[in-house]
Structure formats: structure tokens, C-alpha cells
Design a binder for this molecule. Structure first.
Ligand SMILES: C[S@@+](CC[C@H](N)C(=O)[O-])C[C@H]1O[C@@H](n2cnc3c(N)ncnc32)[C@H](O)[C@@H]1O
Length: 509
């Protein structure tokens, strides 16, 4: 069987990607007027799934789903298959093979995910990928296909050309990466273009796999959105919407008299204009079969049918009386400014209930109650709230979803993490995924602690274990600092839905 040597040598960081979660995709599609299947019992296919860091947590989360991954790199496919075997998970498998030559009996899927694949494969495989979407989607199924966009990438192509030209393609991946870093130093001294210098500075600190697979890969073919839409058309597919964060959305105010079919051309043109205006580099397109119902640009009025979750905090004292803008920050460090007092209250409610999602009506009621508790008068009309929530959801400050998700609970006396989290923490090269499909950035002692949470140890025993692990690494913190650090970790695990509720593990293989 063939393999893909570049990914065998320097595997892509295989992470959970929140924007690919089918419950989120279903919510985004609904904002676009498109109803997709229930994600909790869906068949999910991931193309170019690497070692399954994105797919396996989805299968774990929804036991009634059936998940299939396809990956051309033998090393990654085998690592994923071994991980699944030792977890004893029966509803997910990873096939080592070419997405352009799928087994005939694979069947249809409700969701197809292809993240970071389309722009990085030759044109024939691009066509095959879209073909797979057409042939293997159920009638109302949704595919997620991300790709590099010409509008933002064209100015960066001289940097890619210089890196490819000045590093030998035949070098082993780590040596080529080291050489590329030296080339970046040279280019920094030679070049004057501020955009390219900014990108060089970014690349010097970025993950090696990013530089390698974006800038040194054999294929990286950014495409204009209108060309992408033309390709969809040629494959019997159509655009449904964008699953990436957006600070501006298309509004077609003059399209009220048009049939949905007639609106599509204008919508695509407007999307292209946004790409040019914002220098869009990357898109996460949601697509459906051309014979499925038409979608339209996203509209706030569909918010009422959705639920929302948010892991935001603020360092400011939140003013619930005045419409002054205040910043809320997510764990990745992205800041979102909110002025509408009712929305500030809603964000506080969501943050307190994370990882659980709250349905629109309940959220609005809870936000109103919070304002009243603080002596502020809630507005009679929720229109401004709806508009502000819509903008925040489009920017991914809050995530819309159709899945309520788990509730967090306090760490019990003998904390027990679920088996997936323990195995992720205890397996080098795997990232721990939180309840909402986020990658958790844990240090070595944090991973050791999580891997040890099998429900058999008391807090004191866990402390002893941590102390011994740290002593072995040459660091001996003061007892109170160790205790504080351990509780901080345990509360993070609890908030991320990794801990079971003190009861015996229910999902052990
Ligand atoms: C940039 S990586 C993205 C990996 C993963 N989807 C993610 O986002 O973390 C592209 C992946 O597609 C795989 N790939 C490339 N060509 C493929 C093909 N023809 N069939 C299946 N997988 C392929 C590569 O081996 C690699 O793992």
C-alpha cells in the first residue's frame, strides 16, 4: 500500500478542531436556513484524518455515531488504529488508504469532514474529494471542506517560493525544517515588505508542522472563492455557509424578490468581495448536494432554535447597567468586545455553566434575571440582544450548537477521568480534548496527573504521586504551592468535562 512520506516523517499535529464538530456545523447550517441530520447518531467520515485526533473524540462523545477516517500516511493511520484498539472503541475506524480510491461499500454519511486537505493535494485528488462528497453524502448531509484562499495567500506566495527554492526537497523533514529556519533569518535581513516580514516573524515561532506543511509542502494551491464555487457546481454540490469565524457577513437586502436559486450568484460575488476586503486566507466551507434545499446568507432570526456555549472570562468588573464595551477573553487568548448589557449578562451565565450549552429562550431569561439581580432594568425588547448575540456567534465568541453537551461537576473525593482523557494524557504525541472539542494545553505534570485519575486515589495520594513525579524531574515545590497547583488542574479537568461524577466509570472498555 502507498503511503505519504512527508506526513510519515513529520506527522501533522492531530488536534480536536472545534469548528468541525457536527453539532456546531448543524447550528451554522441552520443559521443559513439549512437543516442537517441529528449529529448525535450520525455517520461521520473524515478525509485526511491524520492519526484521528479530531475524529476519535467525536466517536467517544457520541456512542451512537459511526465514524470512519481515511488517511494516506501509513504511520498516522496505524497510530490512530492502535489508539482506538487500546481504548476499545467500537464505533470508529481509521482506514489507511487514498481518499481517491475509497472502498465501494463505505455507504453514505451525514457529515463529511476534510480539514487541511483540499489545498494540499494535487488537482486530481481535489476533484476526487469533491466527488466523494457528492457520492457519499446523504440528501441533507453536510460536508466541511477547508482550503487556503487566494485573496490572502497570493501576497505570501513569494515567501513560499523562496523557502521551497532554498531548501532541498530531498532532505529528511527535520533537517529541511532546520534549514528553512535559517532561510527565514536570511530573508528577514534581505526583505523589506512589512506583510512578508510579519509572516516570517510568525513562522519562526509557529509549530514546525505548520511551516513544513504550508510552506514546504509539494502542494499548497490557494484558490479564489468563486473558483471553488464553480468546482462545487461541476461536482453537483452547492455552498451552504462558512464555519470559520467571521467579523462581517453577507447581507443581501435587495434579494427579497429573487428565487433562492437566483440569489446564489449574488451571494458568491459578495463572499468574494469580503475575501478581497479582509484578505481572507482560509475558509471552512460547508457544502451540500446540489439537489438539497438551498441555503442563504446567515440570519439572526434562526438563533431562537439554537443553544450556545462559551468559555469566556473577563479581567474587568462587568458593568451590567451601561452599554460600554468590555472585553471577554477565551482560553486561546482571543478577545471579544461586548457592549450590550443583556449580552454581557448572557456571557456571564454561559461562562458559569460551561461546558453545558443553554437554549436561546433560557439564556435570554437567565440574562434578564441576572440584570435584575444587579439592579439593572432589562430591555423589554430583545432585538438588540439578538443582533449582538448573532455577531458574537459569527465571530465564535460564543459557539452555537444543537447539542446541550455535558454538565461540569466538582472533582469528587477520588477523581476519575474518563478513559479517553487518561489515554490521551498518557500517550506521547496525543492532545487531550475538552468537552467542547478544544485542545487542552497541559504541561508534563498536568498530563501525568490526568493519566493517574483512575478513581482509585484520594487527593492526598494524588499529591504524593505529583510530588514524586516533580522530584524526579528535579523540582520540589512548597507543599502549599503543590496543593494549589493540583486543585487548579483538577478544576480545569472538571470544567472541561473530563471527570466522572464519582460514580464507577461507565465507559470503560
Ligand atoms: C495538512 S494534514 C491535515 C490533517 C488533519 N485533517 C488536521 O487538520 O489536523 C493533511 C492530511 O491529509 C492526508 N492526505 C493527503 N493526501 C491524501 C489522500 N489522497 N488520501 C487520504 N489522505 C490524504 C495527509 O497524509 C495528512 O495527514
Amino acid at each position: 500500500m502507498v503511503t505519504l512520506a512527508s506526513y510519515d516523517e513529520l506527522p501533522y499535529d492531530s488536534l480536536p478542531l472545534p469548528e468541525t464538530q457536527p453539532d456546531f456545523l448543524a447550528a451554522i447550517a441552520r443559521l443559513h436556513g439549512f437543516e442537517s441530520p441529528d449529529p448525535r447518531r450520525a455517520r461521520i467520515l473524515e478525509l485526511g484524518c491524520a492519526q484521528g485526533g479530531n475524529l476519535i473524540p467525536l466517536a467517544w462523545r457520541w456512542p451512537d455515531c459511526e465514524c470512519v477516517g481515511v488517511e494516506l500516511s501509513r504511520v498516522q493511520a496505524e497510530a490512530g488504529a492502535a489508539f482506538i484498539r487500546s481504548l476499545g472503541l467500537a464505533n470508529v475506524r481509521i482506514l489507511h488508504g487514498d481518499l481517491a480510491a475509497l472502498p465501494a461499500d463505505l455507504g453514505e454519511f451525514d457529515y463529511i469532514i476534510a480539514h487541511g486537505v483540499f489545498s494540499w493535494v494535487p488537482p486530481a485528488v481535489q476533484a476526487a474529494l469533491l466527488d466523494v462528497c457528492r457520492r457519499h453524502l446523504v440528501p441533507r448531509g453536510l460536508a466541511y471542506v477547508s482550503f487556503n484562499v487566494a485573496a490572502g495567500w497570493t501576497p505570501l506566495l513569494p515567501l513560499r517560493a523562496a523557502l521551497v527554492e532554498r531548501t532541498a526537497a530531498g532532505l529528511p523533514a527535520p533537517a529541511r525544517y532546520a534549514r528553512a529556519l535559517r532561510v527565514l533569518d536570511d530573508l528577514q535581513a534581505e526583505w523589506r515588505d512589512p506583510l512578508l516580514l510579519k509572516e516570517i516573524a510568525y513562522l519562526k515561532g509557529a509549530a514546525p508542522s505548520y511551516l513544513f506543511h504550508e510552506y514546504l509542502a509539494e502542494f499548497n494551491a490557494p484558490i479564489g472563492f468563486s473558483d471553488f464555487a464553480t468546482q462545487l457546481d461541476a461536482h453537483g454540490l452547492r455552498y451552504v455557509g462558512e464555519a470559520g469565524p467571521r467579523n462581517a457577513v453577507v447581507e443581501l437586502e435587495d434579494a427579497w424578490g429573487l428565487a433562492p436559486e437566483g440569489m446564489t450568484g449574488r451571494w458568491i460575488d459578495a463572499e468574494c468581495a469580503l475575501d478581497d476586503a479582509f484578505g481572507t486566507r482560509f475558509r471552512r466551507a460547508l457544502i451540500a448536494r446540489a439537489d438539497a434545499a438551498c441555503a442563504h446568507p446567515p440570519q439572526a432570526r434562526a438563533l431562537g432554535t439554537l443553544a450556545f456555549c462559551a468559555d469566556l472570562r473577563s479581567d474587568e468588573e462587568i458593568d451590567l447597567e451601561d452599554a460600554i464595551e468590555q472585553a471577554f477573553v477565551n482560553p486561546a487568548g482571543n478577545a471579544f468586545r461586548v457592549g450590550e448589557p443583556l449580552l454581557k449578562a448572557a456571557v456571564m451565565v454561559l461562562a458559569a455553566r460551561y461546558p453545558q450549552a443553554i437554549a436561546y429562550a433560557e439564556l435570554l431569561a437567565a440574562a434578564r434575571a441576572l440584570l435584575q439581580e444587579y439592579g439593572a432594568e432589562p430591555p423589554a425588547d430583545a432585538a438588540a440582544f439578538g443582533d449582538a448575540l448573532f455577531a458574537l456567534a459569527m465571530a465564535h465568541g460564543v459557539m452555537p450548537t444543537v447539542w446541550e453537551g455535558p454538565t461540569g461537576h466538582a472533582p469528587p473525593k477520588r477523581p476519575c477521568a474518563h478513559a479517553l482523557a487518561r489515554q490521551q494524557a498518557g500517550t506521547p504525541g496525543w492532545v487531550v480534548s475538552g468537552a467542547r472539542h478544544v485542545a487542552l494545553d497541559l504541561d508534563v505534570p498536568g498530563r501525568a496527573l490526568l493519566a493517574a485519575l483512575d478513581g482509585s486515589r484520594t487527593i492526598d495520594q494524588l499529591l504524593d504521586l505529583m510530588r514524586a513525579a516533580l522530584a524526579q524531574a528535579g523540582s520540589v515545590p512548597a507543599p502549599e504551592r503543590l496543593l494549589e497547583a493540583m486543585w487548579r488542574q483538577l478544576w480545569l479537568f472538571a470544567r472541561q468535562g473530563l471527570l466522572q461524577d464519582g460514580s464507577p466509570p461507565s465507559r470503560e472498555p
